[in-house]
Write a protein that binds this ligand. Structure first.
Ligand code: NAI
Ligand code: MG
Length: 489
């Protein structure tokens, strides 16, 4: 018997066979209504818009645009549900409903992950392993608190605020819905939530889950639309609390219109985190942390490590290793399980990233992008580094919200602390060193809500999240996340 000879070409590149995620089990409706008072209904004036898959530019579904009248309907329903049902049932009963939502998300996790990736462009590996499990974890976590609020605030009694208006962005659609809805309803509030206009589908799927969980009508209302719909919600007199995650620009508009109204609010806004690498850091791990810090979710992350500070003595070695690692990143089909970087969320966001690329080059920065072939259709941007930039460069100062890293060097601990704090933002940061005393010193001196040591972009429902300065006010997550939805009496 002859044996077939296999010819191995050792010079050829290693490449992966496609590993596509199946989508044939996904059932999207052609047209979605607004989820108000436990039912899906079209907008009163019949207006709608569509959402696309940013990796293919194909239309996925038609979605209703909520008018001022629709917002009024949703708030009325939330108010009634608050007064007649939700503020009356026992905390233990409330908890049961929240657990039920958590379990249904787990049961439908694959469906949620695939829809999240189709609607927003993020790699399936991330939506499958991070977004959806964390969303379920938030519901589980706050379900547990529902009947234990006396322990969260010893010696005090809690009172819910009433109706919460919640507005979320497009970068972590289901996860942000979970961050907002879970603590609000677990503490006895009712909700009107508005997802972002480019990524409404997992929130609408969540509305189906909430319906299936038999939540009393009106406890959670989910309405779709863009900024105008959002501003009707913010300015509605019967809304008692606003929770917003999004751009600093819109956050400021919201803060201004809430001033003097007596409404409570939490604002989770932009960031420009310093990721600091000391010469004694484990360098290969640090390289992985830098990659994760800036290229996770195409850099559409408010806490992204977008300003890298490297101690001068290791700068050359680290830059070489970082570029080598970037060259191995796979940019492409978000539904392929091998993809590291998916599609940019929208055409507008892609234009914004390209605008910053131009500015970075014009202001004298040196740009590095690995060779990679980007798909023809859809919105794509390669992983990018800027070197030869300093504190005053716009790519160092401003939030780009894309896969673009600006690198600077430093010599001393005090110098890097001063540089890290030289930003209008204060959301997150990272410190890499083998020396415990050093990361305690540096993390304490940096004014940011979350700072990771020898890791980056780690999230947990028990851990509070939020910013200083232009990164916002208030905290979400953990016990702090409970206090954002209750009055202590
Ligand atoms: P955005 O802040 O306009 O959108 C966030 C949410 O707010 C969406 O649901 C939107 O419909 C809603 N909204 C917009 N205008 C509103 C208004 N006047 N009143 C109430 N709600 C309103 O963010 P956009 O335009 O999607 O992105 C622009 C930039 O903002 C991005 O390039 C990025 O730099 C930054 N951004 C930051 C986020 C973060 O988590 N830090 C999230 C999203 C965007
Ligand atoms: Mg979309």
């Amino acid at each position: 018997m002859g044996q077939a000879k296999t010819k191995i070409n050792f010079d050829s590149d290693w490449s992966y066979d496609p590993a596509p995620q199946a989508t044939d089990f996904i059932k999207l409706q052609e047209r979605y209504g607004l989820y108000i008072d436990g039912k899906f209904k079209p907008s009163e004036n019949g207006r709608s818009f569509h959402t696309i898959n940013p990796a293919t530019e194909e239309k996925l579904a038609e979605v209703s645009e909520a008018s001022e009248k629709d917002v009024n309907r949703a708030v009325r329903s939330a108010k009634e549900a608050y007064e007649k049902v939700w503020s009356k049932i026992s905390p233990k009963e409330r908890g049961k409903y929240v657990y039920r939502i958590a379990r249904l998300i787990q049961e439908r996790a694959r469906e949620f992950a695939v829809i999240e990736t189709m609607d927003g462009g993020k790699p399936i590996r991330e939506s499958r392993d991070i977004d959806i499990p964390l969303a379920a974890a938030h519901f589980f976590y706050y379900a547990g608190w529902a009947d234990k609020l006396d322990y969260a605030f010893p010696g005090r009694k809690t009172k819910p605020l009433g109706v919460a208006g919640q507005i979320i962005p497009w970068n972590f659609p289901l996860l942000m819905a979970a961050w907002k809805i879970a603590p609000a309803i677990a503490t006895g509030n009712t909700v009107v939530l508005k997802p972002a206009e480019t990524t409404p589908l997992t929130a609408l799927k969540l509305a189906e889950v909430i319906q299936e969980a038999d939540l009393p009508p009106g406890v959670v209302n989910i309405i779709t639309g863009a900024g105008e719909t959002g501003s009707h919600l913010v300015n509605h007199p019967k809304v008692n609390k606003i929770a917003f995650t999004g751009s600093t620009e819109v956050g400021k508009i919201i803060q201004k219109s809430l001033a003097g109204t007596g409404k409570s609010y939490t604002l989770e806004l932009g960031g420009k985190a310093a990721n600091i690498i000391f010469e004694d850091a484990a360098i290969d791990q640090a390289v992985e942390g830098i990659i994760n810090g800036i290229f996770f979710n195409q850099g559409h992350v408010c806490c992204a490590g977008s300003r890298l500070f490297v101690q001068e003595s290791i700068a050359d070695e680290l830059l070489r290793k970082l570029q080598d690692r970037m060259a191995t990143l796979i940019v492409g089909d978000p539904l392929d399980k091998n993809s590291d970087i998916g599609a940019i969320n929208s055409k507008d966001q892609l234009e914004k990233i390209k605008f910053f690329e131009k500015i970075g080059v014009k202001e004298g920065g040196s740009i590095y992008q690995p060779d990679c072939t980007l798909p023809k259709k859809g919105f794509w941007y390669p992983p990018t580094l800027f070197t030869d930039v300093s504190q005053s460069h716009r790519v160092v100062q401003e939030e780009i919200f894309g896969p673009v890293l600006a690198i600077q060097t430093f010599r001393t601990v005090d110098e890097v602390i001063q540089k890290a704090n030289n930003t209008p933002y204060g959301l997150s940061g990272g410190v890499w060193t083998e020396k415990g005393s050093k990361y305690f010193k540096v993390t304490k001196a940096i004014r940011a809500g979350v700072i990771w040591a020898n890791t980056f972009n780690k999230f947990d429902p028990a851990s509070p999240f939020g910013g200083y300065k232009e990164s916002g006010v208030g905290r979400e997550g953990g016990i702090s996340g409970l206090s954002a939805y209750v009055e202590l009496v």
